[in-house]
Design a protein around this ligand. Sequence first.
Ligand code: FCB
Length: 469
Amino acid sequence: MTVLEFPPGFLWGAATSAYQIEGAVAAGGRGPSIWDTFCRVPGAVIGGGTGDIACDHYRRYADDVALMADLGLPGYRFSIAWPRVQPGGSGPANSAGLAFYDRLVDALLERGITPMLTLYHWDLPQQLQDDGGWTVRSTAERFAAYTEIVARRLADRVRLWTTVNEPWCSAFLGYASGMHAPGIRDHRQSLQAVHHLLLAHGLAVQVLRSALPASAQVSITLNPHQADPASADPVDLAAAYRVDGIANRIFLDPLFHGRYPDDVLATTAHLTDWSFVRDGDLEVISAPIDALGVNYYTPVSVSGRATGPEAADPTEEKHGGVSAFPGCDGLRMIKQPGRRTDMDWLIDPSGLTRLLVRLSRDLPGVPLFVTENGAAYHAPPGANGGRIRDEARIEYLRGHIRAVHDAIRLGADVRGYFVWSLLDNFEWAWGYSQRFGLVYVDYETGERIPKQSAAWLRGLIEANGLPAA
Ligand code: FCB
C-alpha cells in the first residue's frame, strides 16, 4: 500500500484556547476578560453560553494531558489567558495564574508532548477594553509587558511561541461586525485594531527575542482567507482581490514587507487617514519571524455583482448587519454548492492546498504550520457506552491532511498540522452548539469520551502519513 508520508519531524497535534476550555473564570485571581463581559450581552452567544465552566480544564488539566498522551499526540497548541497572568492587564504577575501554565507545561513535557504556546487568543482583560482595547496604542505596549512576564517564566521549557491568534477575527469580528467581543460595530475602530494588534505582535517579538534562547521559534497565526472569484469575470476577479487585501495582505504586507498595501489604504481612505501608524511601527512589525501559523476551515467565493447567485450566509454579520470587510461595499460572498459541516462551512480541501502554496511562494524562507483545521459535527455518544462514530470528521481531516501533503509536494514548506480541536468546547458566538472535538465532552458531568476520529488520528500520526488511496 502506498503511503503519503510526511517529512521527518513533521509536528502533529491538537489545538485549544484558554477561554474555550478552561472555565474557572474566578479561580486563582483571574480577572474578567472581554469574553466574560460579551457572553452576558443578551443574544450575543447562541443559547446564552459562557466560558464560566466550559470544559473545566483549569481543574482537569492533568487528566487532559494524560488523555493527550493516550491519544498519541506529539504536540499541543494552547493559549495563555492574559487575565490570569495580569488580572487587569497591567502591573505585576498574578502568581497563581502563572503557576497554572507552569504546571501545564511541565505536565506536557513529562509526557513528551511539545507545547506550542499562544500568547493571545482573544481574551483581552476587560480593564484594557475599558481603556480603549485594541483601538489604542497602550494595549500593544501592555501586551509587550505581559509577554515579558510569560516569557521569563516559560522560556526555559517552551520552544514554539505564537504572539497573536487570528488578528483578523479580533479586529474585524470584534470591532467591525461586532459578532465577537467586544461587540463594537465601527469600521474606523477595526482598522485601528488591526494596527495595534500588529504592533502588539511586533513589540512581543522584540521581547521574545531577548528572553528566549536562539533555538526558540517565534510566529504569529493568521486565518488567511482563500478568497476565490465567483467567476472568471473581471468584476469578480477584482472583488476577490479586494477581499484578499482587507483579509490577508493587510496583515501579510506589514508583517513581511513592512508596509500596508496601497490598494487597501485607498479603499479604506474614507474611513481613516491611518494617522495612528507612527514612524518606526512598521519596522517593529516586520521584524523577521521563524514561522507563520495558518488556520484554515473553508474558502470564500467572492462576487463583485450586486445580484446573481445566492449569497452565502454572511455569518460574520449575523448580529448586526455591519460588514466584517471594511471598504468592500457592494461585494458579496456567494454560496457555492457542496457538502458542508455543521457550521455551514463548505468543505473544500483544495483551498488549503492553494493557500499553503501561495503563502509559501509569497513568503520564501518562512516555514508554515497549519495551526488549526477541523470540522464541527454533532455525533452523540452511542447507547450503552458505544463508540462515538464521527466518520464525517475523519473524512474532513483525511481530505485536508491530504491537501497539506499536496501542498508540500508542490513545494510548500509546511512543518506541522494541528487539529481544531482536542475537546468539544465553547465555540465563541455559537456557544456550545458546535462540536469540533476529537474528544466528546459531556458538559453536565465534564466526562471526556474520545471519538473514533481520535483513534484514527493516532494511527495516522504513528505512520506519519496516510494511505494514498
Ligand atoms: C478559529 C478560532 C478557534 C475556533 C475555530 C473554529 O477562528 O481561532 O478558536 O473557534 O475558529
